[in-house]
Design a protein around this ligand. Structure first.
Ligand SMILES: NC(=O)c1ccc[n+]([C@@H]2O[C@H](COP(=O)([O-])OP(=O)(O)OC[C@H]3O[C@@H](n4cnc5c(N)ncnc54)[C@H](O)[C@@H]3O)[C@@H](O)[C@H]2O)c1
Length: 378
């Protein structure tokens, strides 16, 4: 089948630049969609490095200023995979230039930037999408199907955590590749906007909107050197964040994230407890969904560990044979597949900027509550 080209301009060639580029390259091998991503240009600030990236991943051009991508008539989609302080400016300019805008999470560094981004794509009438890729883990998508089918019944509890351990040493510097996360001027916030944003997005997707929160945050290492300038600087991000939440449906929740949980690398876990069933998932074992259903024969009742590799499971028909699992990078391929599929129908693939703004309201309320010591509305 002759596929229509969708011409991509990617900003940022780091961790996410690689996952997105891989997804663009793989999607047509596995998914039958009418569009074919065409890798037109990639942008980064270092000429030699961005050229090497372009050559490796098959981009036609390398640029050092994202404005060249936004101005180019040969580009349909601006994909923002650069640090958080760049998101709002690039997204708004791209929307005004009539481009489809894809953006890494979180939307902006704060609620103000995020709102402006959602408004800009709507005002320009362009499609938008945020890379909350955990929605596209087949086991998590299966959880969504089970919840939507009403199998859990009334939901009482939701709990999520995202634990890492890579910033425990006070010698870890801030600034530069990956380490920009420790600089609040660039990142906006610490683990709340970085890790909890994922947990909040999935939670809202599965269990509806969050009405109010009460939170505590902590910064364990108060000063770090800059990897770029060498100077010592005050650390202004939250190193750890924990909050209680009340969903609009009446369920109670706990959320926790830290980069100080020795032994944990990317332990994102979620659990939902309903009247009739419970669901649990763990990123370290991402192809399994744990499920408990009360209606079963009590002699056989128990938690089952569903190996999400059957053709009937979300996305899995496109991959190998039952029993053979897929991984992290596939979540981005699924997101691109959904984007291309929805484009055919003339609809945006969620989460749009407006959808993702819901998470930013919660992030903002968490940070406000950590300051005020009170419950805050989202
Ligand atoms: N969806 C996810 O699971 C996930 C995971 C990691 C990161 N992220 C998000 O992706 C974004 C990028 O994170 P990362 O881990 O890839 O960071 P990274 O440090 O690995 O890469 C960032 C890239 O952006 C480039 N860059 C920085 N400023 C730029 C500018 N002004 N113009 C052009 N390029 C610029 C850097 O040179 C680098 O190539 C962040 O918003 C982050 O929150 C999302």
């Amino acid at each position: 089948m002759n596929k229509k080209p969708l011409r991509i301009g990617l900003v940022g060639y780091g961790f996410m630049g690689r996952t997105h580029s891989n997804a663009y390259g793989q999607v047509n091998h596995f998914f039958d969609v009418a569009y074919r991503p065409e890798l037109k240009a990639v942008c980064g600030r270092d000429r030699a490095k961005v050229e090497a990236f372009a050559a490796r991943w098959g981009y036609e051009k390398a640029e050092t200023d994202w404005r060249a991508l936004v101005a180019s008539k040969e580009i349909d989609v601006i994909d923002i995979a650069s640090p958080n302080d760049t998101h709002a400016e690039i997204a708004i300019a791209a929307a005004q230039a009539g481009k489809t805008v894809l953006c890494e999470k979180p939307l902006g560094r704060n609620l103000q930037e995020s709102r402006a981004m959602a408004d800009a794509v709507e005002k320009a009438g362009v499609a938008s999408m945020v890379w909350y890729n955990y929605r596209r883990v087949p086991a998590v998508t299966l959880a969504k199907q089970l919840v939507d089918e009403g199998r859990c019944g009334r939901v009482f509890h939701y709990r999520a955590k995202f634990l890492q351990d890579w910033t425990i040493s006070a010698k870890v510097p801030m600034d530069g590749a990956g380490l920009w996360r420790l600089n609040a001027d660039v990142a906006g916030s610490g683990v709340t906007g970085d890790l909890l944003a994922h947990c909040i997005d999935t939670a809202i997707w599965l269990n509806g909107s969050i009405a109010e929160v009460t939170a505590a945050t902590e910064t364990f290492v108060k000063e770090r050197s800059s990897a770029v300038t060498g100077e010592k600087r005050e650390v202004k991000i939250d190193d750890a964040s924990a909050f209680l939440a009340r969903f609009a449906n009446g369920s109670l929740a706990t959320f926790e994230a830290t980069r100080y949980a020795r032994g944990h690398k990317a332990l994102y876990t979620l659990e939902l407890n309903g009247e009739n069933a419970s669901i649990a998932w763990d990123l370290h074992d991402l192809h399994r969904l744990q499920y408990f259903e009360y209606s079963e024969d009590s002699r056989l009742r128990g938690w089952r560990s569903i190996h999400v590799t059957e053709g009937e499971h979300p996305y899995m028909k496109q991959w190998w044979v039952p029993g053979l699992q897929i991984g992290y990078e596939h979540t981005f391929i699924h997101q691109v597949a959904d984007l291309l599929r929805e484009l055919e129908k003339g609809k945006p693939a969620g989460p749009t900027f407006r959808d993702a703004l819901a998470t930013e309201y919660v992030v903002d309320a968490v940070l406000r509550s950590a300051q005020s010591g009170h419950w805050e509305k989202c």
